[in-house]
Write a protein that binds this ligand. Structure first.
Ligand SMILES: [Zn+2]
Length: 898
């Protein structure tokens, strides 16, 4: 993090040379360095002075070739006109400033405009700024994209967390809400979308003027402006007009009806859940190219990544993730947009809440009634993964500056936060949770809040003091482990308790034991031979051991699970007698409840991952379950674990003391898995989800394929020599196959890649081609991409660099990676100073991953040795890779012969 203190000090030391000597310097001017960020201290100081803000915007998108130009008239109240006031505006050009009717000399440093005290008044002020700004091409600000297929130009904004000040000069902080009126000059064939629906569209010469009436009070980061010849679909959700937009060349792939169905279901659901009508006048959703994240909750004009559009048939997961994301963004209209965090430390609550709300809405208002199974696999397990990584942190953290937001934009914020809020709703009761949230939203509508406001509303509703709950769960990192301890006598339980521990390696750092309400499940084989729950007991776990007297006298269970249905947030250790029972009784197959079956699989997969015991049994178990398991989520969970495991074996082989044994084990598993999966694909699957299942299994086969025979099968699928019954090989699937062939260094990859580029000129095709080219095991090609990444980043859209970074070092190419790593390490500190967080995330997480050698580990460790110089974002992502490399080496040292 760039030290605020150091900058202050250095400026003071050179005060006589950098500022006018011998004159008292206004304090506020010294405090704000010329940087693309806003500190919380600066925001707080400005909030204390500025209020009652409105903007009238006039933006011209078409007159200049590579920039937009505009004027903004800002009205605001000011207390204390005796100090300068800064208006944020990054990377533009300011042509004139008019304050309270007087022209003011332009004082602009490339990051903010300074209004002098002489131009300001205590009370009402009116400032008009004329400006220009280049279009962005890294996905932030006002991004411009030219479609390679038809040459159409598309624009959209991405203003979170601190990019609104590129679109126009403003006070860019969430707690200075304002009203916005806007006029936009656009090309005649464009649609223009913003927070309000346009009320006038007027032809004006070669272009068209769109007028958008004044909005209600909004934070800057959720304002928006999208424009271009988008294909548009319209419908109604009750009284609310809804629209969906996408690029023309992608339009035929958009699942419009499905999209509108989830939208309608969600708007009805949330109005009822929050007991507040939808707060805005219309609801638009725009699917956009090059998007940096999944989706963004701009008020009434949400943007979505084109990754949510399948070019070809998807799976039930792609449909469900789409529904989930649609509903996540929609939840923000109430929680986030109507009521908004005061500052960016509140990001977690905003995101955790929307994540939890999306799951409730999916479960209650769509066909995906097993959403909580998805929540367990997606949110709970991802959270636990992040919470056991070196980079874990408390959920609630200070965010000193907008440039630090990536410290909290992660799985702890989204997935752990959501898991903990879910746990809280079980702790205080789900209806109390809903009512508490509703009263919080009603009380603070159109305003800004802090965590204490949220906790207060829930405490009042539940009549529980949640202070210590918040302290334990939100201010300390780490996940606890629960294990049941049961003893029986004469066929009945004579004692049962739940033990709670902290992970051994984390005990010193995160020693907290926490209270939570879980559901203890007791299971046994029933008369039909199925393993089912015969008793469930809600328990408030507290401290190291929680006795469960309600269980005494019940039948002795075969299996005990202390977090049945995942009410709580914890890891689970199965007790020994439960493990014996499952093994002795062929228990996995007999467990009826798919969520519990998943949980048992998790315990097995985690247990066999990184420790000293032989994991052959797990892989054999997964392979033998192929074709038998009929739940798609579990197929996906277990086969993903298998794919990970085979990759781990391949990476570990060279570091193992017995490499040939590891490789022969890899070969054996690979051949077994490939053959079985191919057989499943070719014989088809009789189920109601045939197409979804086929796509899922095909994706797994591609990810597993290693042998010559399997790679040849993939080529036969591409050229049509072989067909899988029921499966059509459409564009996205074709590219997945080519990417796999490239990553495995198959001799045909380069030719197939060139042919596919001819066949598919779309943007998705272009990104896939970049990934496939980067994945080829060719040092010269990789060096070319590294050159772009390090030195030519401004000449290419960031989406292209990101596609290359994600593919550059697949499993099996560590030697090539080691040749390039010193160059990447050497460039790190310069990049940390120059590049934004999205670039640094891709750089640190993708380019330094997959290492499993002592040499590689030394290089990675050297890369993070100077923590200050590489900054917090790179440090975070590379340190996770250091941990993964260490784990892989530990695994390699312990790998046992077959
Ligand atoms: Zn969100």
């Amino acid at each position: 993090m760039q030290s605020y203190f150091l900058i202050l000090l250095s400026c003071s030391l050179v005060l006589t040379s950098c500022s006018e000597p011998n004159q008292p310097q206004p304090i506020a001017k010294l405090l704000r360095p010329a940087q693309d960020q806003l500190s919380q201290a600066e925001a707080t100081a400005r909030k204390a002075r500025v209020s009652q803000i409105s903007y009238v915007l006039d933006i011209d998108l078409v007159t200049l070739p590579d920039s937009y130009q505009g004027a903004v008239a800002i009205e605001f109240e000011l207390s204390g006109a005796d100090a300068p006031l800064e208006v944020d505006f990054t990377g533009g050009l300011v042509t004139s400033v008019l304050a309270n009717g007087e022209s003011v000399p332009v004082d602009y440093n490339g990051f903010f405009i300074t209004l002098p005290p002489t131009a300001l008044r205590t009370g009402g002020n009116s400032v008009t700024i004329d400006y220009q700004h280049p279009f962005d091409h890294d996905g932030t600000g006002l991004h411009r994209f030219v479609d390679p297929e038809d040459g159409n130009t598309y624009l959209y904004t991405y203003l979170w967390p601190y990019y609104a000040n590129r679109l126009f000069p403003n006070f860019d902080q969430p707690n200075l809400k304002a009203m916005y009126e806007m006029t936009v000059r656009a090309a005649t064939d464009w649609q223009v979308v913003s927070a309000m629906r346009e009320d006038r569209v007027t032809p004006d010469g070669e272009s068209t003027l769109w007028h958008f009436p004044q909005t209600p009070l909004l934070s800057t980061y959720i304002f928006s402006l999208h424009a271009g010849p988008y294909q548009i679909w319209e419908d109604q959700a009750g009284e609310i007009p809804i629209r969906l937009l996408a690029r023309q060349s992608l339009a035929s792939y958009v699942a419009v009806e499905e999209w509108f169905n989830y939208t309608k279901a969600g708007l009805a659901h949330f109005s009822e859940y929050f007991d507040i009508p939808y707060p805005f006048l219309k609801y638009d959703q725009v699917i956009v190219p090059d998007f940096l994240i999944g989706a963004m909750e701009n008020v009434a004009a949400v943007t979505f990544s084109e990754n949510f559009v399948d070019r070809g048939a998807g799976t039930q997961f792609t449909s469900q993730r789409r529904a989930n994301t649609i509903l996540h963004e929609m939840a923000h209209m109430w929680f986030g947009n109507l009521v908004t965090k005061d500052w960016w430390n509140g990001l977690w609550l905003n995101e955790s809440f929307a994540t939890l709300m999306a799951s409730i809405a999916v479960a209650e208002s769509t066909e995906f009634t097993d959403q909580w199974h998805d929540f367990y696999l997606t949110e709970n397990l991802t959270a636990i993964g992040a919470d056991t990584a070196v980079s874990t942190h408390p959920i609630e953290m200070p965010v000193n500056s907008t440039s630090d937001f990536f410290m909290v934009f992660d799985s702890i914020t989204y997935d752990k936060g959501a898991s903990v809020l879910n746990q809280m709703s079980h702790f205080i009761g789900q209806e109390n949770f809903r009512l508490g949230v509703s009263s919080y939203l009603k009380e603070h509508s159109w305003g800004n809040t802090e965590l204490a406001d949220f906790i207060h509303s829930l405490s009042v509703q539940s009549q529980l003091d949640l202070t210590s709950w918040a302290q334990d769960w939100l201010y300390s990192a780490g996940v606890n482990t629960l294990e049941a301890r049961v003893s029986c006598d004469g066929g009945v339980v004579n004692s049962l308790s739940i033990l709670q521990t902290v992970p051994q390696m984390a005990a010193a750092q995160y020693p907290t034991l926490r209270d939570q309400r879980v559901q203890l499940g007791l299971f046994a084989e029933n008369a039909t031979g199925a393993i089912d729950a015969f008793a469930t007991i809600p328990v408030i776990v507290s401290g190291a051991e929680t006795p469960v007297p309600e269980a005494i006298g019940l039948d002795c269970p075969g299996l005990v699970y202390p977090n049945y249905q995942a009410w709580g947030y914890s890891e689970v250790n199965l007790d020994e007698s439960s493990i014996d029972y499952l093994i002795d009784n062929n228990g996995l197959e007999k467990i009826q409840d798919p969520l519990l079956r998943s949980m048992i699989w998790t315990a097995l997969i985690e247990g066999a991952g990184l420790n000293e015991f032989d994991d052959n049994a797990l892989v054999d178990l997964i392979i033998s379950a192929m074709g038998q398991e009929q739940n798609d989520r579990i197929i996906r969970q277990t086969q993903a674990a298998l794919i990970d495991h085979l990759n781990l074996l391949e990476r570990a082989a060279t570091a193992s003391p017995r490499p040939s044994e590891v490789l022969s084990r890899l070969d054996r598993f690979t051949q077994l898995a490939e053959a079985k999966l191919w057989d499943i694909l070719m014989t088809g699957v009789n189920s109601t989800q045939t197409q979804s299942r086929l796509n899922l299994q095909m994706g797994n086969y591609i990810a597993l394929a290693r042998s010559d025979a399997a790679l040849a099968n993939l080529i036969s699928l591409l050229d049509g020599a072989v067909t899988v019954p029921g499966l059509s090989v459409q564009p996205d699937l074709r590219w997945r196959i080519i990417l796999r062939l490239a990553a495995r260094g198959h001799e045909s990859a380069l030719g197939l890649l060139a042919a596919e580029q001819q066949r598919d000129s779309s943007d998705a095709g272009r990104l896939s081609a970049i990934a496939a080219e980067a994945a080829l095991p060719a040092l010269a090609t990789k060096q070319q991409w590294v050159e772009h990444i390090l030195h030519n980043a401004d000449s290419l859209p960031f989406s292209h660099l990101r596609a290359a970074m994600g593919a550059l070092f697949p499993t099996g190419q560590e030697e090539l990676q080691l040749q390039i790593l010193p160059q990447l390490t050497a460039a790190s500190s310069a990049l940390a100073a120059e590049r934004d967080a999205y670039f640094l995330q891709a750089y640190g997480s993708d380019l330094f991953s997959g290492i499993c050698s002592e040499t590689g580990l030394q290089q990675l460790s050297a890369a993070i040795a100077d923590r200050d110089s590489i900054g917090p974002t790179l440090y975070k992502f590379i340190s996770e890779n250091v941990q993964a490399a260490g784990n892989c080496l530990t695994y390699a040292a312990y790998t046992q012969p077959q």
